[in-house]
Design a protein around this ligand. Sequence first.
Ligand code: AKB
Length: 318
Amino acid sequence: MDKILVIGAAGQLGSELTRALADQFGGDQVIATDLRATASSLFPYCRFEVLDVMDKDALGTLVKKEKVTQIYHLAAVLSATGEKNPHFAWQLNMDSLLYVLELAKEQALAKIYWPSSIAVFGPGTPKINTPQFCEKNPNTVYGISKLAGEGWCNYYFEKYGVDVRSLRYPGLIGYKSLPGGGTTDYAVDIYHKAIAKQPFTCFLSEDSYLPMMYMPDAIKATLDLMNAPREAIKIRSSYNLAGISFSPKEIFESISKQVPGFEIKYQPDFRQAIADSWPDSIDDSYARANWRWQPSYDLDGMTQDILTHLPTFFPSQT
Ligand code: AKB
């Protein structure tokens, strides 16, 4: 029987993916881990352990003791936060991945999931419908670490047969957690301001298109990838994945249809340069062909769902 370890479970993706994994495998088979003990309250439906992924020995001991078969390694420093402390971001993002891959090799784990990002692309990458295989030239430490990580994943698959799978997530938008230091996180924050009936100051310009995805689509993509037969996975670096592409102006207009009087102003900061270096939209035809990926949400569908559910998650904001 599979035993699942989620590293960085309390983050934006982890808090929703862990729930989905518990639904699939059963709460007893899933161990959520996070650096902070206070995160345990987020996981009443499965086990919780405090784990610092940089503590290689503690990680190895937990995996062995619990007979873990699959690891979802979600802990990372994101793009905007990474630029403030590049060496720390590199160390955390790279060392932790290597610990997990090495463990997977040594203990013959069944499967590893590790997220990559559209941040692997950069100046010189085609911006519209960015292909799976093209020039990548990331100019953030986060993007550099994700691109290097993709190479390591492919290496461990080719060299040691480690069944590691990965997606290049666009900006993920969910209502169950707060923004976490990413450049795309303006598109999370904007809904909180709309619900709180406050004006929103956007740190990107109104026409900055970025690839984005509503969280239920991201969870579905992750589970579809991980549940696909081994031989269906043709790309062992990381798959391009697309949901919706929009600009700050377009998400503002989508929200305004439901929150009349909502106001926005634009004050681009250092994150504008990061956004400008990333694609506007992504070609994910390999994911569609190899494991039948298909997104469900458009911009207005996402807006409607978030505005309906966000107030119950963050009642103090209404
Ligand atoms: C970020 O903005 O840093 C992340 C990402 C695109 O990977 N959301």
